[in-house]
Each structure stands twice: as C-alpha cells, then as structure tokens.
Design a protein around this ligand. Sequence first.
Ligand code: HEM
Length: 132
Amino acid sequence: MTVTEETAPASHYDRIGGASSVKAAVELFYDKVLVDPELAGYFSDVDMVGQRRHLTLMLTTVLGGPNEYTGRGLAEAHQPLNIPVEHYAKVGEHLTVTLTELGVPADILADVQTVLGQVQDQVVARENRSGA
Ligand code: HEM
C-alpha cells in the first residue's frame, strides 16, 4: 500500500487551506454579520475576542475542521439567545456568500449547507422552531 492510500482524505478545512484560510474567511464573515442590523445586536455584549472566536469556531465546525473546542455545547450556548429561524438563515447566507467570494468549491459549499441544516435545531430557540 502506498502512503497516499494510507492517508485519510483531506477535510474541507484542509482543502481550503486550513487555519490561515479560515482566518481570512472570518474577517470577511465578520464584516457581514456584525454590520447586519438584524444580527449585530446579538454580539453587542460579546467582546471582540469572543466575536472572532465565535466566527472561527462556527466556520471550523461547518468545514469539518479539527474539533479543539471544549466549551459549551451549541444548544447550551444558543438557546438562551432566543434566535429565530430567520436570523439563523441570515447568518447561513452570510457564510455562504463569504465562502463563495473566497472561491470555495461547490462540493464544499453543498456540505456546508448540509451541516447548517444539521445543527439548526441546536441553535434556533426551541420555541421558534417550525412545527415546535
Ligand atoms: C452553524 C451555526 C453556529 C455555530 C456552529 C455556532 C457556534 C458557537 C459556539 C461554539 C459558541 C460558544 C462560544 C463560547 O462559548 O466560547 C457560540 C456562541 C454564540 N453564538 Fe453561535 N454558532 C452558530 C450560529 C449562531 C447564530 C445564528 C447566532 C446569532 C444570530 C449566534 C450567536 C452567538 C452568540 C451571541 C454567542 C455567545 C458568544 C459569547 O457569549 O461569547 N450563533 N456559537
């Protein structure tokens, strides 16, 4: 068996260029989320370091990057924020636009959509879920 065959397939995180690319994406994403009048309020009491940390963790999570996060679970962190589906969708849109602008390949974008669908119920407030 060759070395190549033994190597696990590269994650999306690796394919887009790892930590430095995520850092660049966070800058762009930050400019979109935090100037969006409907979303900025969620972060007004969160310090700058916390905001960047949030966006980095969010991107790393949806790109299947290294799971080095040991903080609160997604539901625990977001349920108290009472986030409606519309705001979740807006953040997802900003993320998709950011990754498109950075030239992220279509198959990765498709998987990002899938992950956004999978974690939605943890982030959107229980009482705001459709059919809840
Ligand atoms: C895929 C979707 C998301 C992921 C993976 C994600 C990830 C995270 C994580 C891991 C934390 C905990 C950070 C910590 O405790 O240090 C967090 C906190 C937070 N998230 Fe999200 N998030 C998502 C969506 C959203 C959305 C849609 C909003 C607002 C509309 C939002 C606003 C916040 C805020 C305000 C905090 C608290 C930050 C703090 O107190 O430091 N998140 N998020």
